[in-house]
Design a protein around this ligand. Sequence first.
Ligand code: NAP
Ligand code: ZN
Length: 349
Amino acid sequence: MISTKGYATHDANAKFGPFEFERRDVGPNDILIDIEYCGICHSDIHAAKNEWEAMMPSTYPLVPGHEIVGRVSQVGDAVTKFKVGDVAGIGCFVDSCRECSPCENGTEQFCQKMAAFTYAGTYMDRVTPTYGGYSDKYVIDERYAHNVRATGDLAGVAPLLCAGITTYSPLKRFKVGPGQKVGVVGLGGLGHMAVKIAKAMGAEVTIFSTSPSKESDAEALGADHFVVTRDPANLAPLAGTFNFILDTVSADHDLNQYFGLLGVGGTMAVVGVPPNPTQIHQFGLIFGNKTLAGSLIGGIPETQEMLDFCAEHNITADVEVITPDRIEEAYDRTLRSDVRYRFVIDMTN
Ligand code: NAP
Ligand code: ZN
């Protein structure tokens, strides 16, 4: 077994502290990654605080982290995709049954036996707990790891493994491109990646934000327009003008006000997972044949495609790199929407 140092929380109200555990030995198809950076996704916060208890209760000790990049330091005898020294990434799951139709189709996140999520889940033996990337090492079957070709700032690459794919996948699925008006609701980790990716796909992008202070960043991120949603009067002139809206908001909020902004046949996709269910009024969708869709991360092939797309378009996340002793502070600031635009933990520190 491989002794690993991480940071864990032990219940919904506890603080993070050092936690040592073991990873499996490197098998023939496995690689060992020495983790350099791990992003802090708002899902880590929902899980640490057990905010999804009704649907997905958290298990403790919890070592979050599913935006992982590092260097390969050991490879099994049968490994073909990686060699020692390569940069590798790990996203939101680390195994799946490999036999069901979602697994065969490259949408392993929907594995019918339930994928082994990178943390707070179990491996496919359904016994061994998974611990995430707030740690110094990960052992993973090469099939579930990604080649990272980017050479520059690796801290900015880590968030692509969740925030990047979670926004790329619905933008691609709903064929966002030139001539289209796209709205992004919530300018946090996911939201800022959505802006960069939708712009690279050629769309005209509007940010819907509750934070007027973020307006000065909108242009630098590539956005065409910035709308403060606290005043509903700002939304009225935009009625019926959007082809696609992506909702990335982490807190309970009203979805209905956005249906009216879609044109006929428009689609709104939700990726944010607030703690509580929300009410929608069917009228808002029926008038105009509108679609409300959901989207969960992306499969292994699409995640690799997104990494290659981002490398080609020079897209990385805007990050604030912290040491592991500042996890609590980063959580507090993320909860106050004071994140510009992703906290990333330097795990070599
Ligand atoms: P984040 O960095 O905290 O960003 C969320 C943003 O939502 C905030 O920056 C803020 O933007 C906005 N917001 C916060 N409170 C709000 C409120 N009360 N009303 C309206 N807007 C509010 O979080 P994230 O890491 O991007 O994650 C966003 C959500 O996506 C989380 O729920 C996370 O669990 C979920 N997620 C889903 C998937 C998936 O596969 N579907 C994958 C990853 C994450 P403004 O300041 O601009 O308003
Ligand atoms: Zn995430």
